[in-house]
Design a protein around this ligand. Structure first.
Ligand SMILES: Cc1ncc(COP(=O)(O)O)c(C=O)c1O
Length: 490
């Protein structure tokens, strides 16, 4: 073997010489150019041949021996037999691995590409976030962190943040909780995974609103729960009495403050009857209160968790909408009787950290910045919602109706009968640079009649752009309808 050539041809000549020689010899062993049993030159000889220091060669040989590629033989240093055999076997066998059957079974119910821009739902007005204040608080948080706080933290999260969350929920959401019931998570998706693992067993039934939130379906299916879609009407989720007997659930997932995706608000009567029925069935309600901080018409509605003493509710909140999605912080509020068992489970399994983010967020809330930001965003989002509604009423008059815009960051445009198919229009709109999520894609199981239309997220769309964007959508709808009713194009 021409070692000088081998070294000269090595593609990456940066870094220490000894490292380059090591990598180049290892590659030769792996590829079989240096076969098992082959003897390498003595270190002095190789150093001379290559014109490098003997120590450099010594280092490379030593490292290769440590990793098992070389061994000391009677006649000097040889390529180890094992290295060669392993390399050959590895080369022969293609990888026979892939996603689990369970993971492959997670069909992409409502998993549209994670697109930004008008009218992608779920995205707050990121350019309005007071980044300079957040930066200051993160900076202060890091400066206050003691070295002991670099260790794994409490399984339930930072106590200061849990207190801030509990206080905020009591005042703003009418929750009935103290800090001990608050568990910090890395967002609602993580909370849903945790609830599925902690409070249900594989095969248990979990109800989800139909149409409903795809992220929840994914979490439940991943936990091998049996997902049952329960129809939503104008008053929210509408289970029949017989459903409680026929499909008796362990968990019931609901978005009562602003149903996802339809935007309806669950009536008080339905809330109370859900709580009573869940209590009787030994089920837990998962209340996903993802965007209720933004309410524009009428008084804010309290959450279900605080409606009854010791309600069977797992209350889920997220800072993805009120702060920003990349923060990845959210929380679960559990009934008092579940605090100790859940804490015990998390102490064994949860990733515990993100101290600085939690400290900064606690300060953001305690200092009043959080409430201020919410007030500003509420005003801004209302203005944007009004502009969107005005534009929709202008460009879709007689063709569609607007629903669910009283709260949150998206509303729903329902197409009248005969006004085209939402998936076709959404595809055409995407070509024109506008993101529309078809309502029909959010149904669980058989397509639910009447949910033909779009979710339209408006929080990140400036009011002055609404009219132009909606006009574009209306043109796409008209063009799609024209094609559908006159496929020959004449
Ligand atoms: C119904 C619903 N829940 C929760 C979330 C937020 O989840 P996360 O905290 O995982 O960002 C969203 C985001 O779009 C949502 O639509």
């Amino acid at each position: 073997l021409d070692y000088a050539l081998l070294l000269a041809e090595w593609p990456d000549q940066t870094g220490p010489r000894q490292r380059i020689l090591f990598e180049c010899l290892r590659a030769a062993i792996r590829s079989g150019r240096l076969a098992p049993g082959a003897r390498l030159p003595a270190t002095r000889a190789l150093a001379q041949e290559l014109g490098i220091a003997r120590n450099t060669v010594l280092y490379a040989y030593e490292q290769l021996s440590t990793e098992g590629f070389l061994e000391a033989g009677r006649a000097g240093t040889v390529v180890s037999a094992l290295a060669g055999a392993a390399v050959n076997r590895q080369a022969a066998a293609p990888l026979r691995v892939g996603l689990s059957r369970r993971a492959r079974g997670l069909d992409n119910l409502a998993a549209p590409a994670n697109l930004a821009g008008a009218f992608a739902p779920g995205c707050p007005a990121l350019d309005e976030f007071p980044l300079h204040i957040w930066r200051r608080m993160m900076d202060r948080a890091w400066r206050s962190v003691k070295s002991s706080q670099l260790n794994y933290g409490d399984a339930a999260g930072d106590m200061g943040l849990r207190e801030a969350v509990a206080q905020h929920l009591r005042i703003a959401r009418g929750a009935d909780c103290d800090a001990s019931q608050v568990f910090i998570t890395s967002g609602t998706q993580a909370s849903l995974d945790l609830c599925s693992q902690a409070f249900a067993d594989a095969g248990d039934k979990v109800w989800i609103e139909n149409p409903g939130y795809g992220g929840a379906v994914t979490a439940f299916r991943a936990a091998q729960l049996d997902v049952v879609g329960i129809a939503v009407d104008e008053q929210g989720i509408a289970p029949r009495v017989s459903d409680w007997v026929k499909y008796c659930p362990r968990l019931v997932y609901v978005t009562p403050s602003h149903q996802y995706p339809t935007g309806t608000v669950l009536t008080l009567e339905r809330r109370l009857s859900l709580i009573a029925a869940a209590r009787a069935a030994g089920a837990l309600l998962i209340e996903d209160d993802y965007d209720s901080e933004f309410r524009y018409d009428g008084a804010p509605l309290s959450c279900m968790q605080g409606l009854a003493a010791d309600a069977p509710v797992l209350y889920l909140g997220t800072f993805s909408k009120t702060m920003f999605p990349a923060l990845r912080l959210g929380f679960i509020v559990v009934p008092r009787s579940l605090v100790t068992p859940l804490h015990g489970l998390l102490a064994r399994s949860s990733p515990r950290g993100r101290t600085a983010e939690q400290l900064a967020l606690a300060e953001f809330i305690h200092s009043g910045q959080f409430a201020l930001h919410l007030r500003r965003m509420r005003r801004l989002y209302r203005e944007r919602r009004d502009a969107l509604v005005t534009a929709l009423e202008k460009h879709f008059a007689g063709m569609a109706s607007v629903h669910g815009g009283s709260a949150g960051m998206h509303l729903v445009l329902r197409l009248n009968e005969g006004e085209g198919d939402d998936t076709g229009i959404a595809a055409a709109a995407l070509q024109a640079g506008v993101v529309l999520h078809p309502l029909s894609r959010h149904t669980t199981g058989p397509r639910t009649h009447g949910w033909n239309g779009f979710l339209m997220g408006y929080a990140q769309v400036p009011a002055e752009k609404m009219d132009g964007l909606v006009r574009k959508v209306a043109q796409c709808a008209a063009a799609t309808r024209g094609r559908a009713s006159n496929p020959s194009g004449h």
